[in-house]
Design a binder for this molecule. Sequence first.
Ligand SMILES: Nc1ncnc2c1ncn2[C@@H]1O[C@H](COP(=O)(O)OP(=O)(O)OP(=O)(O)O)[C@@H](O)[C@H]1O
Ligand SMILES: [Mg+2]
Length: 202
Amino acid sequence: MPNVTLAAGALIGRDSEKATLVRLITEVAAGRGSSLLIEGEPGIGKSSLVRGALAETAGVGCQVFWGAGDELGQALPLLPLLEGLRVREPSANPRRNTIVRLLRGEVAADRGVDVAAALAEQLLALIAEQCAARPMILVIDDLQWADQASVTLWGRLARPARLRLRAGARRAAGGGTARRGFRRAGPGGRPASRRDRADPGR
Ligand SMILES: Nc1ncnc2c1ncn2[C@@H]1O[C@H](COP(=O)(O)OP(=O)(O)OP(=O)(O)O)[C@@H](O)[C@H]1O
Ligand SMILES: [Mg+2]
């Protein structure tokens, strides 16, 4: 993941949003998981908000995984999750090794198995195992650029609450790219409706 070096409190005008994230992360550390979709115009401070909250909760005991959608990586299914969960290299962990072998075409390649579907199931199992071993935070940044398989898998993980960042102290640059992307990224991969815009604290 990118460096989490932003000093706690360095974000201007985001105290309440950061407090929401800090509370959710602290709850994860105490065994109560949840998910949150942060949306807002390009450059408004989505990534910075998450980095700030993670920096402030660095001591609570959660393992943090950070992956990101990439416009140029969309042809590679599940890349944000594979990179975020750091499962590209062989490992002593059997689940991780299975995923690496699937990626390399070393298993089930000639049996007509849908490799992307098998990978998604293995990633879900890996996430469940990681959560059972230790509280974890999985950040998928720039979800609007993620491939469809990643968006679908993300939607299967949990039904997220939503936190909409609005320009307050800061003016946003850019247009509606993020909004369009996040509409695509509604729960289960379906477009988000107005009804989905829930209180992030629910
Ligand atoms: N609340 C804030 N206080 C101070 N600086 C901020 C704040 N929010 C964002 N910034 C600064 O604005 C810039 C853009 O922020 P950031 O990358 O987090 O936005 P973003 O919403 O994630 O953008 P994108 O949509 O491109 O991913 C960064 O330089 C960041 O440090
Ligand atoms: Mg960002």
